[in-house]
Design a binder for this molecule. Structure first.
Ligand code: UDP
Length: 230
């Protein structure tokens, strides 16, 4: 079994909302270790919102702002990878562009090699292109490395028909098809990523990172959240 886990940058920051919260990251590490100990191959994609977002930065060129965003995702992966190592896991970080000795250049063959060695593979730097997101990055990598499904650890515990923060009657889906996610413009991942997932049939499990052991439960398939079918 091969799964890709997407964590938002904010999730790493805990209540601080910016930078890193070590306790939060350790909890993630201990859960991922349970998966790798059982032989599950785990790839990780992390957002950059705890440092920088290209589209909301003012007064600078968007391409340059997005480059800063992509670099932020690499900082996040270096940090989380080190915490994973301190919990006894083997890790490697792959990026879509050269970062000298900090990371290795992504290729499918290289990712496969690391997965087969039981390493956790971090896919940092998003797609390597501006105007995309790490949502698109994680779906793209899931397709390329032929992952069985995506685990989306969020601040919210699944997919709703409207925003539960604004609508107290919002209904959560136990299961929804990726076709309906696209047709109803639901915010599971951003629309570019949703369409890529639909066209290439990438199943997803959406759940809250805050819930105890939620990553392990979602990987087992018996979890509190939403399954997005293809
Ligand atoms: N980013 C990018 N291309 C990618 C992935 C990320 O340009 O393929 C940049 C973009 O500026 C984004 C930031 O990195 O705002 C952080 O990525 P994340 O997916 O967390 O962004 P969000 O969707 O939260 O803005």
């Amino acid at each position: 079994m091969r799964v890709l886990l997407k964590l938002s940058g904010e999730a790493l920051a805990g209540d601080k909302k910016t930078g890193f919260d070590e306790e939060t990251v350790r909890k993630v590490a201990l859960q991922v270790k349970q998966l790798t100990d059982k032989g599950t191959q785990v790839g990780i994609v992390i957002g950059g919102g705890n440092f920088w977002r290209g589209r909301t930065s003012e007064n600078i060129d968007r391409v340059k702002a997005d480059q800063i965003g992509m670099l932020a995702t690499i900082m996040n992966c270096i940090y989380v990878s080190e915490i994973f190592r301190s919990e006894g896991m083997m890790t490697n970080i792959l990026t879509p562009f050269e970062c000298g000795s900090f990371t290795k250049l992504f290729s499918k063959d290289r990712a496969n090699k690391y997965f087969e060695k039981g390493m956790v593979v971090f896919f940092a730097g998003g797609t390597g292109h501006p105007y995309f997101s790490t949502d698109t990055g994680v779906v793209l990598r899931a397709i390329e490395v032929e992952a069985d499904y995506l685990l989306l650890a969020k601040a919210i515990d699944g997919v709703y028909d409207s925003d539960p923060a604004k609508n107290p009657n919002a209904k959560r889906y136990d299961t929804i098809s990726i076709d309906d996610v696209v047709a109803q413009n639901l915010q599971v991942v951003d629309m570019t990523a949703s369409i890529l997932a639909r066209d290439n049939k990438v199943p997803m499990r959406v759940f809250s990172l805050q819930e105890e052991n939620s990553i392990v439960k979602a990987a087992d398939g018996n979890f509190n959240g939403t399954t997005v079918t293809v």
